[in-house]
Design a protein around this ligand. Structure first.
Ligand code: DOR
Ligand code: ZN
Length: 428
């Protein structure tokens, strides 16, 4: 039997309302005991001064395989996840070919099994070829193991199509993840539309491009049902509308990225038009950023997701207008939120675990994840709340370097990632 004891960490598990110092015994990949002190003979790791929590889950990453392996692949993405403290990652379907059928899903799952690093949950496309015309085979995809459907990267333009998709979502009990953007507003825009975009001479993407679609789709969900999750919301208006719908009992949820929580449109200027500030949706105003932070703390926003969007340095090293949208996030999300929210006590450690693990697990029905309950699988993240490091993308496990957080000094970093009882990465 394979046994491991993790000793003396502060164990935080909101699913059992645990926040105390103790030990954990892992046997054959399962958590078998959580207690104040475990006196048994087994390999023991001393975690005094560290914080131990259920494994973190990112519901929004782009690992680019198949088709764009020069940006990232399932292995490099998984390594980036482990270093970021993540034990599970959802991978989006906008690859080449697009993952819009069971064979594509099987490919991702088989590769993930071979790589054997983090748990990879494929998100399949909502429409064939992500063209917004023909539904994918919800039932067959669910049977193959997809956790959600999404055309992320592009919006669902046709409301009649989305209406059908929502009716199927309801029937198959399968969440739909929506990337909200009305292309007629965003057009050729590259940053938030406002006074700053005008002064910088860059075309803008107004907040209403997102808000009008959020409002439309809340209305569709209200009338036709389905399970709706709004990806990467960026504006106060989107948040207000979603919060109201949630309060009224609609089956909707939303996520926010670390960059929308910590940066504003101003960095486009501050970083001198660096294309590492270009992503979709764009960074918005201080008012938006602050509203999103409040929403994350008070529960109106369900959780944090990275929208890890790797691009090759050569693709980003062009004029602002021509660079692809997206930045990487897996290796910085935890220290960013720890340093800016947990350390200054804007957010409790328990809420941190909720938004990085428990809530995504519950929302997407990931059985046995997001918790440290006895007899569940031992997916565990350990954070050192005192570790200080400067973000250095050149040392990332990701193939990509496109982050606006280079040089940020942050306190609170993951130091150990355990998946299925196995230590897959550590830096102790
Ligand atoms: O910035 C983004 N990059 N937003 C998206 O929606 C897609 C993503 C990508 O795939 O690069
Ligand atoms: Zn998106």
């Amino acid at each position: 039997m394979n046994r491991l004891i993790l000793k003396g960490a502060r164990i935080v598990d909101p699913s059992q309302e645990i926040d105390s110092i103790g030990d954990i015994l892992i046997e054959d990949g399962q958590i078998v005991k959580v207690a104040k002190e475990i006196m048994e003979t087994a390999e023991t790791i001393d975690l005094q001064g560290k914080i131990l929590m259920p494994g973190l889950i990112d519901t929004h990453s782009h690992f680019r395989e198949p088709g764009f392996e020069h940006k990232e692949d399932l292995e490099s993405g998984s390594l980036a996840a482990l270093r970021g403290g993540y034990t599970s990652v959802f991978v989006m379907a906008n690859t080449d070919p697009i993952i819009d059928n069971p064979a594509g899903v099987r490919y991702i799952k088989d590769r993930a099994r071979e790589i054997d690093l983090v748990r990879i949950f494929p998100v399949a496309a909502l429409s064939k070829g992500m063209a917004g015309k023909e539904l994918t085979e919800f039932g067959a995809l669910k049977k193959e193991g997809v956790v959600a459907l999404s055309d992320d990267g592009v919006p669902v333009e046709n409301p009649q199509f989305l209406r059908l998709a929502l009716m199927y979502s309801e029937y198959f009990d399968l969440p739909v993840i929506l990337h909200e953007e009305d292309k007629r507003f965003s057009g050729k825009g590259v940053m938030h539309e406002g006074e700053l975009s005008m002064r910088l001479g860059l075309r803008g993407i107004p907040a209403v491009a997102e808000e009008t679609m959020v409002l439309r789709d809340l209305l569709l969900q209200k009338n036709y049902g389905g399970i709706v999750h709004f990806a990467h919301i960026s504006s106060r208006g989107s948040l207000r509308a979603i919060a109201e719908a949630k309060k009224a009992g609609q089956r909707v949820s939303c996520e926010v990225t670390p960059h929308h929580l910590l940066l504003t449109e101003e960095v486009v200027k501050e970083l001198n038009y660096s294309t590492d500030t270009k992503m979709n949706p764009p960074l918005r105003t201080r008012e938006d950023m602050e509203a999103l932070g409040e929403g994350l703390i008070n529960g109106e926003i369900d959780f944090v997701a990275t929208d890890h969007a790797p691009h090759h340095p050569d693709e980003k090293d062009v004029e602002y207008d021509f660079a692809p949208f997206g930045i990487i996030g897996l290796e910085t999300a935890i220290p960013l939120i720890w340093d800016r929210f947990v350390k200054p006590e804007r957010m409790t450690v328990s809420r941190f675990v909720e938004v990085f693990s428990m809530r995504p697990a519950n929302l997407f029905n990931l059985d046995g994840l997001g918790t440290l309950k006895e007899n569940t699988v031992a997916d565990i993240t350990v954070i050192d709340p005192d570790r200080f490091k400067v973000v250095n993308p050149d040392a990332f496990a990701s193939k990509a370097r496109n982050t606006p957080f280079r040089g940020f000094g942050l306190t609170g970093w993951p130091v150990m990632t355990i998946v299925g009882g196995k230590i897959k990465w550590q830096d102790m």
